[in-house]
Design a protein around this ligand. Structure first.
Ligand code: ATP
Length: 229
C-alpha cells in the first residue's frame, strides 16, 4: 500500500471526565487501506474512533484526520470527506429510504450502486425495514457522499451473516476506490477477511497488531484470547 496517510493517531490518550480509557494508541491508515480495530466490550475501540472523528478531545497525544477535518463542526466534517457510521444506526425511522438518502451529501443513486437490493424498499418508511436494510441504507448514504475517510463502529452488530458480508464487501469496495477505513468490529473472522491491517485492543492498549493476511489463520485464537472477557 502506498497511498498517503490520511488518518493518524500518535500516543493517543482519551477518555471520559479526565479518566483515560485508552492509554497511548498509535495508528495510521493510508488511502485505500482498511484498519480493523478488534477487542472485547470496553477495550477502548469506540473511544479511539470517537477521538478520530473529533467527537472526543484527546487528553494527550495527537490525532490527524484529513489534516484538521475533525476540528470542524459536524456537518462540515462530512463535507471535508469524513464519513462516520456510529454505533447507533444512523437512519431516520419516520422518513422513507429515499428521504434518508437525500439528507446525505451524495447522489442517492450512488448508494444503490453499493446496495441495489435496497431499491424496491426505498419508498417505505425506514422504521418498517429490517435491521440489515437500515444499516445498508446508513452505510450507503455515507458512501454516496464519496468520503475520503470512513470510520465505522460495529456496523455488523446483531445482523445476519449474509448482511454482514454485504456490508463489509461494500466497505472493501470503497477502500479499493481509495477510501481510508477504520473498522471497529467484534466479528474477528469477517474483519480479518476484508481488512489490510489489524490492531487488537485490550484495556485501552494495542496488544497485538499485524497484517490481516498474517492473522487470518489465527481468527479463532484471537477471538478466544482477546474478545471473550
Ligand atoms: P464496546 O464494544 O462496548 O463499545 P469498546 O471497545 O468500544 O467497547 P469503549 O466504549 O471505548 O470500548 O470503552 C472503553 C472504556 O471507557 C470502558 O471502560 C467504558 O466503560 C468507558 N466508557 C465508555 N464510554 C463512556 C462514557 N460515556 N463515560 C464514561 N466512561 C465511558
Amino acid at each position: 500500500q502506498d497511498g498517503p496517510v490520511v488518518v493518524e493517531a500518535t500516543g493517543l490518550v482519551a477518555g471520559y471526565a479526565g479518566t483515560p480509557a485508552v492509554h497511548g494508541i498509535d495508528l495510521s491508515v493510508r488511502a485505500g487501506e482498511i484498519l480493523a480495530l478488534l477487542g472485547a466490550n470496553g477495550a477502548g475501540k469506540t473511544t479511539t474512533l470517537l477521538s478520530l472523528a473529533g467527537e472526543l478531545a484527546p487528553i494527550s497525544g495527537s490525532v490527524a484526520v484529513l489534516g484538521d477535518a475533525r476540528r470542524r463542526r459536524l456537518h462540515q466534517r462530512a463535507r471535508a470527506g469524513l464519513g462516520f457510521l456510529t454505533e447507533e444506526r444512523c437512519v431516520f425511522m419516520q422518513l422513507t429510504g429515499w428521504q434518508n438518502l437525500k439528507i446525505g451529501q451524495g447522489r442517492p443513486e450512488r448508494a444503490l450502486d453499493y446496495f441495489p437490493e435496497l431499491e424496491p424498499h426505498l419508498s417505505k418508511r425506514v422504521g418498517l425495514l429490517s435491521g440489515g436494510q437500515q444499516q445498508m441504507l446508513a452505510l450507503g448514504r455515507i458512501l454516496a457522499a464519496e468520503p475520503r475517510v470512513l470510520l465505522a463502529d460495529e456496523l455488523s452488530l446483531g445482523l445476519a451473516p449474509l448482511v454482514v458480508e454485504r456490508l463489509l464487501a461494500a466497505v472493501r469496495r470503497a477502500a479499493d476506490d481509495g477510501v481510508a477505513v477504520v473498522l471497529v468490529e467484534q466479528h474477528v473472522r469477517q474483519a480479518l477477511a476484508v481488512a489490510d491491517h489489524v490492531h487488537v485492543l485490550r484495556r485501552g492498549r494495542i496488544v497485538l497488531s499485524g497484517p490481516a493476511a498474517d492473522l487470518r489463520d489465527d481468527a479463532e485464537r484471537i477471538a478466544a484470547t482477546y474478545l471473550s472477557e
